[in-house]
Design a protein around this ligand. Sequence first.
Ligand SMILES: Nc1ncnc2c1ncn2[C@@H]1O[C@H](COP(=O)(O)OP(=O)(O)O)[C@@H](O)[C@H]1O
Ligand SMILES: [Mg+2]
Length: 361
Amino acid sequence: MQSVIGHALDLAGVAKRYDGVTAVEGIDLAVERGSFLTLLGPSGSGKTTLLMIIAGFIEPSAGAVLLDGRDITALPPEKRHFGMVFQGYALFPHMTVAENVAFPLRVRRMNRAGQQQKVRTALDLVQLSAFADRRPAQLSGGQQQRVALARALVFDPALLLLDEPLSALDKKLRAELQEELKALHRRIGRTFVNVTHDQEEALSLSDRIAILNGGRLIQQGAPSELYEAPRTRFVADFLGASNFLRGIAAVEGRVQAGGTALRVAAPLAAEQAVLLSLRPEKIRLLPEGEAAANRVPGLVSGWSYVGAAFTLTVDTRDLGPMRVTMPAWNAPLRPQQGLAVTLGWDADAAVPVAEDLPAAA
Ligand SMILES: Nc1ncnc2c1ncn2[C@@H]1O[C@H](COP(=O)(O)OP(=O)(O)O)[C@@H](O)[C@H]1O
Ligand SMILES: [Mg+2]
């Protein structure tokens, strides 16, 4: 029997404190039915703790976990019927792929015919039907992780919880599995909660991202919303690369940074100290005489080439060293030490961000 697809998950005021350590604090989070949410943050930010609270393996010190509006905070993990996949594959080495995938059904005492049918469907879902009789040691890392996915999905879980499931894989395989995970989510329409410290993975997979730092939820939103409108320095810095410019708001639409008057689209109260985030790819190298809302001269002091792109460091008088990224195939110049350039960007390219709050104590 198919359970109701796509459950809604809510966390309300969730905290977990150990003696002297606050792992997470004041977490309010709504995960929409059928959506893909990623908890993103650096190591130690509380991601695993939060996922374990959702799974029921860790009891929160405060707050509640709700599934479709029903309080499940006191419900033991086995009664939640959530699928889980971890970084280590945790497959049973002595069992075949099919036996591994059937395991949750055996635990639930499903009859053999029912098990076989469910296992077939789950292996089809992760495109491993041809490998049913192999043992884990005879599979690649990516295939093992797909078996773990099939095992987590075979009993039609209410939620799928993933803790850094791809982080043990090499870069190319990780990208492939990201695509698969995304396609899988689209096909089955269930609610996924994924944990990662990899910002590109979070951006490419998620409907929504919740950014954690020091045990606090700093900002949540759609990937493009977080990337384009980070509210704090940490978010701007963690989700992509950013230049930070300091100044004082002057007349409407202007920020004074040393001797340079910057044009800014965001409304700002006059005389307020301002910190602006400016993404490296939003800066252009201006040809002689080309107009731009912001024009700042500087000298190239370093660069790196990564095939598809160049990243330049350009030293400026008032704004310090600035990072500029541009596609390499049509780069307007060949980087050279000390080369004089003019940087240009639009008024809405730089967005004001708040300084970071201290971590939860
Ligand atoms: N059982 C525990 N006892 C004490 N401190 C813990 C325990 N589990 C986690 N922590 C602390 O809580 C914080 C968050 O940990 P964790 O949730 O594992 O972070 P992440 O998964 O983001 O790396 C860390 O500072 C960690 O040391
Ligand atoms: Mg973790």
